[in-house]
Design a protein. Structure first.
Length: 240
């Protein structure tokens, strides 16, 4: 009887609702990647004679994928950007960002508590996915280099679906890949686009307060709850 009660307490759930999967945003939620993004961006725009963008400003531009990042930089510098130039700049950004993935220059790191949270949630039987607007190859490379990939069952990048977040398609695609109904999933993110995508997919969403959120205060996000650190997530979901 005691074992049955213990098993019931440990069954993953969110506010009394059983869950089988957790979907995580990547940049600003699991990993702090802003410095790498800024470095690759400035190397790319420097090749075109553009002024460098301060790292603090780059943090406010992160969130909807590299093509949008390039457009935001062009807008901030009041530069005309036709489709050919946009494609060329985006490709150079990808080139420099890719070089950083296997370089000692990379400073991308998991936030405090992330490694332990992923390990505990995975051990509890939850399926874990990353849903990011970053290209999948970069997300895979980061998780491998930081030794986090063993706990991740699925990575959905911005190039995996026809539409990116805030559209719900990537979240629904992750659920399908995990063979988990959206009703048994939970989203964790740091931005308005994460909240919008989760709402459209009918998936509850937790927000972290330390991410990027396109320059806006993540604490103001209209998620279902705010979690100060992912170190607290296992206890929240597993009642341990």
């Amino acid at each position: 009887m005691e074992q049955t009660r213990a098993a019931r307490r440990a069954a993953p759930c969110w506010r009394g609702r059983p869950i089988a999967a957790v979907l995580f945003d990547l940049d600003g939620t699991l990993l702090d990647t802003a410095a790498d993004i800024a470095l690759a961006l400035n190397r790319a725009v420097g090749e075109f004679g553009w002024a460098p963008v301060p790292a603090g400003e780059v943090r406010t531009m992160i969130g909807r994928g590299a093509p949008t990042l390039i457009r935001r930089v062009a807008g901030a510098q009041r530069r005309a950007l036709d489709e050919a130039a946009h494609a060329a700049l985006t490709e150079r950004f990808f080139h420099h960002y890719g070089l950083l993935q296997d370089s000692d220059e990379s400073s991308a790191r998991p936030y405090a508590g992330v490694r332990e949270a992923l390990r505990e949630l995975h051990a509890a039987g939850l399926r874990l996915a990353i849903v990011t607007n970053k290209q999948r190859r970069f997300a895979v490379s980061l998780m491998r280099r930081l030794a986090l990939e063993a706990w991740i069952d699925c990575i959905v990048g911005g190039d995996c679906c026809e539409r990116r977040k805030p559209d719900p398609e990537p979240l629904l695609f992750a659920c399908q890949s995990l063979q988990i109904p959206p009703a048994k999933a939970l989203m964790v993110g740091d931005s308005a686009i994460d909240v919008q995508a989760a709402r459209a997919a009918a998936i509850p969403v937790l927000c972290v307060p330390y991410g990027y959120n396109e320059g806006e205060d993540p604490r103001a996000l209209p998620g279902d709850a705010l979690i100060e650190s992912l170190a607290l997530l296992p206890a929240l979901l597993l009642d341990v």
